[in-house]
Design a protein around this ligand. Structure first.
Ligand SMILES: [Zn+2]
Length: 602
């Protein structure tokens, strides 16, 4: 058995820090305890929060945190069991039971956040500077930011009910339609029916004609439902417009900015900087055309493999490699990551029934994080391991905060993970003498950055254009195709030929349906990390403790406040150029490997 499961056979996580087994009596003890404590908490404080003294509010928050973590612990444990084996019926029943119990606790506690949010402004003004509330202030202020945009309880209740039959129904139609679609693609001489994920995976195949066939089949398959898909898109944009009017948001992006704790001007400057640097992406596309031996890239060639046989890496080797790279950056970072191996907080072996993909899950300061991934011995797995361990170390550092402050804000959530990947890529490049392997590492990093920075910027611009256009009239599929084509054309310029069916590229992207304007946070996260890495290269060891402090601050303050302590000013439009300087130097290095190797055209 062992050999079939590859080099990570037997690398299974140990969850005993949470509970001993699904029938551990402490599970029910925690569920019952949290429920009883939540009821007592509500009976004592409901309707009274506005009249509490600062020390009493601080004590109530501490009590709230304890109940919350205890109430969530059983369902956290059960969700890890299910992720490890979706076929485990005992775990599934436990997950259902603990989730229901957890929802009861949440319902009992909800009044507390609502009453803090609704504190009258003059009352909050008299509390905000109380020393007892110093490390709760940011959390309360984040709750209170929504106060001006919240309607009466009766109106909110009506909206909630109408959303189920309105926008949630539109989103469900999209999900069901896109999951049901099948596309006929000729693969190796035989016509196969594939779903959307499989069709998109074919974009990574070496055969250029296959890539184009697969993408065209996908896009035309979606285009056949243009009336439905444009109708859903238009309906959601219109719904959001009405919502913004009712809630007093001046701009359709404003609610997202508020949630992300960033200013509109910061994001505008970031997007403008990205567009100023579209030329860097175009330079990469030209280099990639040379590497593939074609005069001009098509947009189906961007992720084409370069042909070198992929190396295999064992799990043990990767662990050494990642920890060495981390140690070269910061011994403390490496020590915190090493514990995941020594205490078995990682589940890496491939198994049937295991959740796809990878994640790092954290409960809060009272438990250690756990990492799940499926090791397939590829270099891509090394990056995934570095990424998830980056999350893990971030979580462990932020666990030094109180529970309400230990979950990093969305804009910083991918900082440690992406930074860790970059540290490992850099370490690999430093020790790699072979030009073709260096070339592949550089291309992988550049394609990653193009996907997260440039492409996500295009997606966001398209959404902004669609929302702006909706002010005048409803949106049809032709208009959406035109907006999509124009925004993508700005990125690709004359470096890439877009295939004709790409006009329909907007139809299959779930972010537009489920998480409006979410895509710009990818741009923010990646550019921030590139800029931080550049500071590390310039400042060396002096940078490291301040960086670890940023991670350890969790969500204690707004992202811009935390970053300023590191000397980073995201409100300075010039800041974003620092990230692009890293992209430019990666391109230089790639050009150098082309000169070193004997590949055609060098
Ligand atoms: Zn991540």
């Amino acid at each position: 058995m062992g050999a079939e499961r590859g080099s990570a056979a037997g690398v299974v996580w140990d969850l005993s820090g949470l509970y001993g087994a699904p029938d551990d009596p402490r599970l029910d003890h925690d569920l019952a305890g949290a429920a009883a404590d939540a009821r007592a908490f509500a009976a004592r404080l409901r309707g009274r929060v506005a009249s509490l003294a600062p020390a009493e509010i601080a004590a109530a928050i501490a009590e709230y945190e304890t109940i919350e973590e205890r109430g969530r612990r059983p369902s956290h444990y059960a969700s890890l069991l299910v992720a490890a084996d979706a076929g485990d019926e005992v775990a599934k029943r436990l997950a259902d039971r603990t989730r229901d119990a957890w929802v009861d606790v949440v319902n009992e506690l909800t009044f507390f956040e609502l009453e803090l949010k609704d504190l009258p402004d003059d009352r909050w003004a008299s509390l905000a500077d109380a020393p007892e509330l110093a490390d709760c202030r940011h959390w309360i202020e984040t709750l209170r930011q929504l106060r001006p945009h919240t309607l009466s309880e009766a109106e909110e209740r009506i909206l909630n009910r109408k959303n189920v039959t309105g926008r949630e129904t539109l989103a469900r139609i999209f999900d069901e339609l896109s999951a049901a679609l099948r596309f006929r693609v000729e693969i190796d001489g035989a016509v196969e029916e594939v779903d959307a994920n499989d069709a998109l995976a074919l974009l990574y195949r070496p055969d250029a004609a296959l890539r184009e066939r697969a993408f065209t089949a996908l896009l035309e398959g979606f285009a056949a439902h243009d009336v439905v898909l444009a109708g859903i898109f238009d309906g959601l944009v219109h719904d959001h417009r009405v919502d913004c009017e009712l809630r007093g948001y001046a701009d359709p992006v404003a609610p997202t900015h508020l949630e992300n704790e960033v200013r509109a001007g910061t994001i505008d400057a970031m997007m403008a900087a990205t567009e100023r640097h579209y030329g860097l992406a175009q330079e990469y596309f030209r280099l990639k055309a040379r590497l593939l031996g074609v005069p001009r890239l098509k947009n189906t060639d961007v992720y084409a493999p370069l042909g070198a046989a992929p190396a295999t890496v064992s799990f043990a080797e990767a662990g050494r490699l990642v920890l060495d790279a981390f140690a070269g950056f910061s011994p403390e970072f490496a020590v915190l990551a090493r514990d995941f191996f020594t205490h078995r907080w990682i589940d890496a072996e491939p198994r049937r029934g295991k959740r796809l993909g990878a994640f790092c899950a954290s409960l809060g300061p009272s438990a250690t994080p756990h990492v799940l991934l499926t090791w397939a011995d590829t270099p891509r797995d090394v990056a995934t391991l570095a990424h998830e361990l980056g999350h893990g170390v971030h979580d462990r550092l932020a666990a030094r905060q109180r529970p309400i402050n230990c979950q990093p804000p969305l804009t910083l959530a991918e900082t440690a993970s992406t930074f860790a990947e970059l540290v490992v890529t850099r370490a690999l490049l430093a020790r790699e003498p072979r030009a073709d392997v260096r070339r592949d590492l550089l291309c992988a990093k550049l394609e990653d950055t193009i996907g997260t920075v440039f492409r996500q910027n295009v997606l966001t611009r398209f959404e902004m254009a669609a929302h702006a256009r909706r002010q005048d009239a409803s949106l049809g599929s032709r208009e959406l195709c035109d907006l999509w084509w124009a925004e993508n054309g700005r990125l690709y310029g004359d470096a890439v030929e877009m295939i004709a069916a790409y006009r329909w590229g907007w139809t299959y992207i779930p972010h537009f349906i489920h998480s409006r304007f979410y895509c710009y946070s990818y741009v923010f996260g990646e550019l921030l990390v590139l800029a931080l890495y550049r500071r590390f290269e310039a400042e060396g060891a002096a940078f490291v403790p301040r960086y670890l402090e940023l991670l350890a601050a969790g969500a204690r303050d707004a992202p811009d406040v935390l970053l300023r302590r590191l000397g980073v000013d995201v409100d300075d439009p010039a800041f974003w150029d620092e990230g692009f300087a890293v992209v430019a130097s990666l391109l230089d290095e790639l050009r150098a490997t082309l000169r070193d190797s004997t590949s055609p055209g060098s």
